[in-house]
Design a protein around this ligand. Structure first.
Ligand SMILES: [Zn+2]
Length: 333
């Protein structure tokens, strides 16, 4: 039966089919969704993020997204709310400090959402966006059949999360698996995080463009995106190919290190840079054969993410799923 056709949702229906509300906070958009407990998205809304606005202005848009969701008849069946946010996050404190939303530093997003009139009384879970994407790919996507997996989001930055022994491994603050800021180049460039030679500085979309430009690649128009570099690489431009090869090498070193550390058997790669397809994945698999050399890491596979732009909302819903199973235990509130 379609939920949409059910029209009026009574309390018995709500008990039989508890739903999850999901909120995905990013630097460009704030999305909301209603999901069933199998991770199916039943309804979605989204508004632009006033990323340069005050802390209150950004929160007001989160409130508007919640209000839009609450207008849907299925809202009556919502039993828990999950939030995935650009990071860093602190899931113990319930706060977020997204790099691309400067007004939010230690912002108490979880308690603010919990206090929203529409949410009143529902348990709320919070996680970082890359960890949410990891939960989504494990629940419904490319990591579905794996008990030990690393999932990466490679776009303007590099985020990642871990599935260990079949469960999401968040770490105490919610940032475990943050592969973008492990060093893969001991004497490499200083990183804004304070370290040097970080994976993100070599493998992000921004880094790929910089490497290509430094190598002499010139964009045909004004498009200097990693996608434009990928098109040039596909056409055989040596500097563009080198930029992807260098990014792939850095990713391979980080993925192999993770496999050696915690014995993952697959790495799932999503985000805009993964859209380069074989331009990224061919050199990545080649370099991985070099770096993941020990027998217990050598069977490691690398595969593109499956959920695309839905991963944020499905992942936010996944973070709230444990709250459905034990409604009296509200983690971290
Ligand atoms: Zn760093």
């Amino acid at each position: 039966m379609s939920y949409e056709l059910a029209g009026v949702v009574d309390s018995r229906h709500a008990l039989a089919h508890p739903l999850l509300a999901a909120v995905d906070v990013g630097g460009t958009k704030i999305a909301g969704g209603l999901a069933d407990r199998d991770g199916g998205l039943l309804h979605q809304v989204q508004l632009p993020t006033p990323a340069r606005g005050s802390a209150r202005e950004v929160m007001a848009v989160v409130g508007q997204v919640l209000d839009l969701l609450a207008r849907h008849p299925l809202w009556a069946s919502v039993r828990a709310v999950g939030i995935g946010s650009a990071g860093p996050v602190d899931i113990q404190a319930g706060t977020v400090s997204p790099v691309n939303i400067p007004a939010w530093r230690g912002f108490p997003l979880r308690s603010e959402v919990a206090a929203h009139p529409a949410v009143d009384g529902l348990p709320v879970a919070l996680g970082g966006d890359a960890v949410a994407m990891t939960a989504a790919e494990h629940w419904r996507g490319a990591a579905r059949d794996h008990r030990n997996a690393l999932c990466l989001v490679v776009s303007t930055g590099v985020g990642a999360g871990l599935i260990i022994d079949g469960s999401l491994h968040t770490g105490p603050s919610g940032n475990a698996g943050h592969l973008g800021h492990i060093s893969v180049d001991l004497d490499g460039r200083p990183c804004p995080c304070g370290s040097r030679g970080c994976l993100e500085g070599l493998a992000s979309g921004t880094a790929i463009t910089r490497t290509a430009l430094e190598g002499g690649w010139q964009p045909a128009g004004h498009d200097t995106s990693a996608g434009a570099v990928a098109a040039a690489a596909r056409a055989g431009h040596p500097a563009a190919r080198h930029a992807y090869d260098r990014a792939a090498q850095a990713l391979a070193a980080g993925i192999a290190a993770t496999a050696t550390l915690v014995e993952i058997d697959t790495a799932v790669i999503g985000g805009g840079v993964a859209k380069a397809g074989n331009v990224l994945f061919d050199p990545l698999r080649r370099h991985l054969a070099t770096y993941a050399a020990l027998p217990f890491a050598a069977h490691l596979t690398v595969t593109p993410a499956l959920l695309g732009t839905d991963a944020g909302l499905i992942g936010a819903a996944a973070l709230a799923l444990p709250l459905l199973a034990s409604p009296t235990v509200v983690a971290g509130r």
